[in-house]
Structure formats: C-alpha cells, structure tokens
Ligand binder design. Structure first.
Ligand code: SF4
Ligand code: MSK
Length: 647
C-alpha cells in the first residue's frame, strides 16, 4: 500500500480523506493505492499510438517504426482508437436510454408491470416537440407513439434519427452541410466498429468526422431519449433540498446504497423504504429505520426525483463501504468498480447486482421482478435489514461531514424559477445575458479520476467562474463535488458570485450553480441551450451562444462521446487532461483547432483550473463580441421617474 501522496492531497473533501486513513488502518486497498501501482502508464496507450486491432500486431508506433505491419500510420491508429472510445461512450449512454424506452413501450402496450406514467404533462410536452397530435387522444396512445419514435431512433437504417429534430434549425443545417446527421444509434455504433476494423477507413479526418456524427446520435439521440423517457416514467425533476456526502449514513439505521445509472429499481427502492411495514421490519431488527443513499448517477437520478441524499461520487464508492456501516450496496450499470466485493469482504456489506448484463465476481445477483416492482424492491430491502445484525460495531466510523444541497433543475423547473407558473420562460435569463449581468453559461460535467486531487479542479473552477458572473450548470459526479463543497445552496454559492450574477439569482431566487442531473442528463443542458435560442435575442444557433462545457477529470469513454457532441453542437469544451491522442499531431490539431472552422467550437486541454477559467471567460467574451452584446453592465439605481418609464 502506498503512502507516497498525502491523503489530504488525494481529495478535496475531508470525508474522503478520513475514509482513506481508515482504509489504511483496516488494511484495505482502494483505487488510490492501485493508481500508485499503475501510474507509470504505458506511453503508447496514453498517446493513442498502440494498435491491437488485428493479429499481425499489436503494433506500436515509434520514430524507428512509423507504420504498423499493415502500413497504418500514427494518425490512422490514433483516430481509430479515438473513434472506438467514442463508440463505447455512445453505446453506454444509449443502451441505458433503450432500456427506459423499452419499459415505456411495455407500459404503453398495457403489459402488467409495477410502473406507470408518473408525469402526464411530460408526455404532452414531449409529444409536442415531435409534432404528435395529442388533442382528444388517450394518454396511452400518445405514449405508445412516443415509445415507437424512441425505439425507431435506435434501429433506423436510412432515415436521420427523429430526436435530432429537437435541435435548433441552424444547428441542424450545419450538421446536414457537413454530412454528419446520424442515422439509427445502433447503426452508428456498428458502422464505427466496421470502419475501425483492420483495413477499412484509414483517413483520420474521415474517422474523426464519424466520431462527431456518432456522438450526435448520443447527445441528440440515446441520452436525450433516456432523460425524456425517465421524466415520463419517474417524473420531471423539481427543485428540492437534501444532503450530500458520507455523513448522510446513519449509524442507528440500516444503510443501503444504490449505485450506477439506471433509475428503474432505485426509484422503487426509494418508495419501498417509506412503507410502514419496512420501517417496522427494520425496527424489529434493532435499527431505528432505513437510510437510502446514492453513489454516482443513480444517486443523481433519485436525488432529483425523491430528494434521496447522496453518499458520494465515483471515487467514494469504495470509501463508502470502508465506513463499515453499509448493509447493502445495490449496483446496476456503469462506473461500478469490480473491487467492491473484495472490499465488502472485510466488512459485512452485501454487494448486489441487479442486471443480468452486468455481473461482478463476488456480488450476489438479484432478479428484479418488474411486474411486482414494489414487492420485489421491498424483498431486497428486507435482505439488507436482515444483514444489520452482522454489522461489526468496532469497524464502524462514519465521517461527520455532509452539506445541504438544492437540486432538481430540469429545464421545466428552470423556466418556472425564472418566470413562475404564469410566465415560465427563459426570457429573464436571456435578458440578463444580453445586459451582461450574466457573462454566459458554463456546464461542468463528468467524473472524477485518481490522477487528480479528487474534485479540486471542479471546486476551484466553480469559484473562479462565479466570480466572473458565469452561471454554472452541472451534472454527474461534478455536481456531487459541488454539493460536497457547499456550492449547491443558494446562500453559500452567492457568497462567491460576482455582482451581476448575484443580483439575478437573488431576484429570481435561484442558486448560481444548478444541479441538472445525471450524466445522461447533459442533454438537459442542450435542451436549455435550445430554449435560450428559441427565446430570442442571442442568435439563431447554439454555436453562437456564450456557453462552454467543461469535463474537469475526464475518466470514462462516455465523457469522450459527450465532449464530441458538445463540440459538434458548437459548444467549446475544456478538458482537464488530454484524450489518448497526443501521439498524433494531426489528430490533436484537428480536434483542438481545425474543427473550429466547422462547428465554431473545439476541444481545449487545460490542466490548471484557474487557467481554464481565464480561457473560458475569453471564449465567452469572444462569443458575446460576435453577438454584439459585450458591453459592460452598469448597475443603475432607478429613480421614481425612471421606474414609471420602465413600467
Ligand atoms: Fe498493426 Fe495494422 Fe493490425 Fe493495427 S491493424 S495491429 S497497425 S497490422
Ligand atoms: S457516474 S460516468 S463517474 S459522472 Fe455518471 Fe460519475 Fe462519470 Fe460515472
């Protein structure tokens, strides 16, 4: 076990530091220790210059051997590797979307199942986006039409996916002119695997353009479908208050953690723990009650809809078990570390997998019965309660650290915050941007990564941006980071906001950092950008908006796909460390410079968050300049006469 790096330099939040110290005392190896043993990363892998696509290789590109056995050069190899990463990301997000869409279809077809339509208003709103007739129709018929559209977006062979039609017209025209409007999501992924097979597409630019095309099938396809179908089934999020960090675990309660991405079972668990018979069952087992907390994006899903507290983000999944106070961790798909059962063995925690397509050695498998969903969820909760008696009190130590958060900012909720139910709209936000009270909007999204001091980049960047009157929107593990750092309560965050931003937030009653959901919910940010364009006064394309995306601690392939669809949509993306492409000057140049000519946006790799903030502000100013709105905002105290004129 390594003690080369001080624990305080490993994570920005003290709960994690405390649990790293406990892990060391308990002789537990975590990802931070394993990172130390892995950190002399292979140069070829890091730079994207290793190819193992065929069995004449693997080939590694060096100055002495500039081509693989087949003749592929470094540009082809780096671009093929990159496209395969984007494919992994697109597939993960979109398959998640497919599962929710299929569930929606089953419900619409009347299959007896333990779920229903929770948000009929969302059905009508979303049907309207697709131009579906709703007047005088049964809700179920409309849902069936929507489910069919969603599913066809996966299978369409020749037609462009319909969901892309939700983007502004000018943005779509850009894609059409570049020939990157995507057909079916499945086809886009299969085509990527075909094109990167040995001996197919060798032109790095052609490969990279497919990466953008395919990523659009994610951001304006699979992910968007996941968010919409989830809103229909589980409810469109509304602002609510809860807590975040490991301190949400309760020593007197049975503690259950839900971890992963799909909301289907976790949503039902959130309902199950409130049932009186479950509370009685827990009390009979000697506990005071049951606490459910979330890890990663499942956490964000049930936080946004049920106010269930968040125990932690990606790098806290192992540390949560180290508290010794977790009876059960229920996992589904994505971002689950295979080490969990190994760590759980040292305590009493049961790791339970719930989906046949994602199994982990050492985890128990639970077959969730969607037909009797609530009963099934209750039976799993009871198993966790039964495990309470096995807890070793001597091993329990829960950090006394948690923060309040306000979350749940769907686009509908932002509109409501801005204009109330009578005049719900983006107008006040557009006006504030035009008047330069708000310089622009920055989305900070994505994971954390033990290569960095956990969450430090996000936390530093948020402070810098708020100071510069930038409205911050967040999803995924970055949103959890800000929650832990106390930036998701209106009061604390406003302390950091510049005068213009502060004025707007105070007037509207909105925090300057908005938690918009899980990593598939990045599409809510695209949806918000679309609303801003529709509202008027800031150009006719997302590419012209003063908006930027940031992925501070790039970890997963999903983040690579997200970065691509943001750039293709015209949003510059800042990333805390480079993709595995640095071995190819041409690929690097294409993604960081040349794409700007096509999308009016590019990738930027900036390792220091203060430098990133300065460069982001420069990008926002440049976009404001082009819109002709880059004037200094003068705060003017109105006299009675002026007020009458305004009225
Ligand atoms: Fe080597 Fe070419 Fe095979 Fe890649 S595809 S492993 S570069 S021979
Ligand atoms: S969970 S993809 S570590 S955001 Fe969505 Fe967090 Fe990234 Fe997983």
């Amino acid at each position: 076990m390594s003690d080369q790096i001080a624990f305080e330099d490993r994570a920005d939040d003290l709960a994690s530091v405390e649990m790293m110290e406990k892990a060391k005392l308990d002789c537990i190896e975590t990802c931070f220790d394993r990172y130390d043993t892995q950190k002399n990363h292979c140069k070829f892998g890091k730079e994207g210059t290793c190819c193992k696509i065929c069995y004449m290789g693997p080939c590694r590109i060096t100055p002495k051997s500039p081509r693989g056995v087949c003749g592929a050069d470094v540009d082809t190899i780096a671009a093929r590797n990159f496209l395969r990463e984007v494919t992994g990301g697109t597939a993960a997000h979109s398959d998640h979307g497919r599962h929710v869409a299929l569930l929606l279809k089953e419900i619409a077809h009347g299959k007896e199942i333990g779920y229903g339509i929770k948000d009929p208003q969302a059905v009508l709103e979303i049907a309207g986006l697709y131009g579906l007739e709703t007047e005088g129709r049964e809700l179920n018929d409309v849902v069936r039409d929507l489910a069919n559209i969603f599913i066809e977006d996966f299978t369409s062979q020749e037609d462009t996916i319909k969901t892309i039609g939700l983007a502004p017209q000018k943005t779509r025209t850009t894609w059409a002119n570049l020939g990157i409007l995507p057909q079916g999501i499945d086809r886009m992924c299969v085509e990527a695997m075909h094109r990167t097979h040995m001996g197919v597409d060798h032109d790095y630019k052609n490969l990279l353009m497919h990466a953008f095309r395919q990523s659009l099938a994610n951001g304006w396809g699979g992910s968007r479908i996941a968010s919409m179908a989830s809103d229909i089934l589980f409810g469109t999020p509304r602002a609510l208050k809860t807590e975040v960090n490991l301190g949400i675990l309760n020593e007197k309660n049975v503690n259950i953690l839900v971890h992963g991405h799909e909301p289907t079972l976790s949503d039902m668990i959130a309902i199950a723990i409130k049932q009186p018979d479950i509370v009685e069952y827990a009390q009979a087992a000697g506990a005071e009650g049951v606490t459910v907390g979330g890890i990663c994006c499942t956490a964000n899903e049930i936080l946004m809809r049920h106010g269930i507290p968040i125990a932690g983000n990606f790098l806290q999944q192992e540390l949560a078990i180290v508290t010794g106070a977790v009876e059960m961790m229920i996992v589904d798909v994505q971002c689950i570390m295979p080490s969990l059962p190994v760590i759980a063995e040292h305590y009493h925690t049961k790791i339970v997998g719930t989906t046949p397509m994602a199994k982990t050695i050492g985890a128990e498998h639970f077959e969730f019965d969607e037909v009797h969903a609530l009963e099934s969820a209750k039976s799993l909760v009871k198993k966790a309660i039964d495990n309470f008696k096995n807890r070793d009190k001597a091993l329990v130590s829960i950090p006394n650290k948690k923060e309040s958060v306000v979350a749940g900012f769907s686009v509908r909720e932002i509109k409501y915050m801005l204009g109330g139910s009578f005049r719900a709209s983006f107008r006040p936000l557009n006006d504030a941007i035009i008047q330069n009270r708000i310089k622009g909007v920055v989305g900070i999204v994505g994971c954390n990564n033990p290569k960095f001091k956990t969450d430090w980049y996000t936390n530093t960047l948020v402070k810098e941006l708020l100071k510069n009157n930038v409205l911050v929107v967040e999803t995924g593990c970055c949103a959890i980071a800000s929650g832990k750092d106390g930036k998701l309560t209106p009061e604390t965050a406003l302390e950091y906001a510049g005068p213009g931003l502060k004025e707007v937030c105070e007037t509207v009653g909105m925090p300057p950092v908005l938690h918009m959901g899980s990593c598939v919910d990045n599409t809510r940010i695209l949806e918000a950008c679309t609303e801003i364009v529709k509202e008027g006064g800031l150009g006719d394309s997302i590419a012209g908006l003063p908006a930027v995306g940031v992925c501070p601690e790039l970890m997963s392939e999903k983040a690579v796909s997200i970065s691509c669809y943001c750039v293709a949509t015209g949003i510059d993306v800042f990333i805390g460390h480079p993709f595995h492409i640095t071995g190819s000057e041409n690929v690097y140049k294409f993604l960081t410079e040349e794409v700007k000519g096509m999308f009016n946006a590019a990738m930027h790799f900036v390792e220091n968050p203060v430098d990133a903030a300065n460069q982001i502000v420069a990008v926002l100013d440049e976009k404001r300049e082009k819109l002709g709105i880059n004037k200094k905002y003068e705060r003017k105290l109105l006299e009675q006469k002026d007020r009458r004129e305004v009225a």
